[in-house]
Design a protein around this ligand. Sequence first.
Ligand code: SF4
Ligand code: SF4
Length: 82
Amino acid sequence: MAKEQKKEMSEKEVKEKCLCTSCPSYVDCKERGFCRSSSSKSKCIKKEQGCLCPACPVEQAMGYTRVFYCTRGNDIEQSNKK
Ligand code: SF4
Ligand code: SF4
């Protein structure tokens, strides 16, 4: 099977590595991995109080460069704004 570069990590892998649950902005409603293209914004995180995404291994592996995916939308949604 050919391997594509920067292929999205599986949802399971993202959820395992995601740092959101340790983030000061995080409100627990059983969500995380907001950066993935199939994810949507959080239903319960409304206040931006710091973001751990720049330190996350998922963000580095995927080549993402944004922050606050939980309140601003996943990587694709944020790149479509402007
Ligand atoms: S980059 Fe942010 S949203 Fe994505 S998995 Fe890491 S901590 Fe979670
Ligand atoms: S996306 Fe960023 S701000 Fe939102 S909970 Fe995850 S680490 Fe925190």
